[in-house]
Design a protein around this ligand. Structure first.
Ligand code: HEC
Ligand code: HEC
Length: 204
């Protein structure tokens, strides 16, 4: 009985070790994949399925270049970019986890969903103003541009809040951007920005 038990135990032990060894080899890749989906699940509650938000004030986060996504997350962590919730959320993730999230959401297409709250009467003038004051950096109707994020089809009220953060100097602007903002403010007042943002939100 004793011998048999020991023999049986030994077999189980080596089987367990073999199994553990196999799992240990297989684990890193699988765990990383699972982790990023679990992590991303915590974001879709606000940012929508695949990062294409549903509300008017929470940005879509799909389709961004990885560096831009990482930059946004670290600037929230450091409060260099003011936020209602993202500072607290972003501080919960390591650099590696942020890179994994950036790659995950970056691989999802940015969907331009209808925004019924857009003031369509503002679109034509907004488009002209955008060409004059914004398009040099927010290229291709705000779809792209070096390090500028996505404005085309982005959520209207998120963009309004962002513009206020820039104007109140809570969020840093590079000199050329600040100059354009000042020129537009002088020419059109704050409403000029609203016209432009209604246009960008409407781009599909
Ligand atoms: C409770 C709602 C909520 C949750 C959960 C949430 N976010 Fe956000 N996110 C926001 C809001 C609101 C903003 C705008 C900044 C602010 O006010 O915090 C934002 C902004 C962002 C931006 C900037 C997008 C841009 O183009 O400017 C990124 C990137 C982002 N979130 C990533 C994430 C990731 C990744 C997660 C999950 C780990 C996440 N968020 C979870 C609400 C949320
Ligand atoms: C000289 C280049 C430049 C010009 C001109 C410019 N921007 Fe930007 N814009 C940027 C950069 C760079 C960023 C990203 C800033 C950051 O990451 O904090 C940005 C970001 C933004 C954002 C926030 C996007 C996000 O995802 O958080 C909004 C909204 C915006 N710009 C609106 C405008 C409007 C409206 C105009 C025209 C009146 C304009 N910009 C003109 C360079 C520019």
């Amino acid at each position: 009985m004793t011998t048999r038990a020991r023999g049986w135990g030994g077999t189980t032990l080596s089987a367990a070790l073999l199994l553990a060894g196999g799992l240990a080899l297989a684990a890193p890749a699988q765990a990383a994949e699972m982790d990023v989906e679990v992590m991303a699940g915590a974001c879709t509650f606000c940012h929508g399925t695949d990062g294409n938000g549903v509300g008017a004030a929470i940005p879509s986060i799909s389709g961004l270049p990885v560096e831009q996504f990482e930059y946004m997350m670290t600037s929230y962590q450091e409060d260099a970019n003011p936020s209602t919730v993202m500072g607290r959320i972003a501080r919960g993730y390591t650099d590696d986890q942020i890179t994994a999230l950036a790659e995950y959401f970056g691989s999802k297409p940015f969907e331009r969903l209808p925004q019924p709250w857009i003031n369509v009467a503002m679109i034509p003038e907004g488009k002209e103003l955008a060409a004059e004051y914004c398009e040099s950096c927010h290229e291709n109707e705000g779809r792209e541009g070096e390090g500028v994020g996505i404005l085309a089809g982005q959520k209207l009220y998120y963009m309004e809040f962002s513009v206020d953060d820039f104007l109140n100097e809570h969020r840093e602007m590079e000199r050329r951007q600040a100059r354009k903002f000042r020129d537009l403010m002088d020419a059109q007042g704050r409403e000029g920005f609203t016209k432009i943002l209604n246009y960008y939100a409407s781009v599909n």
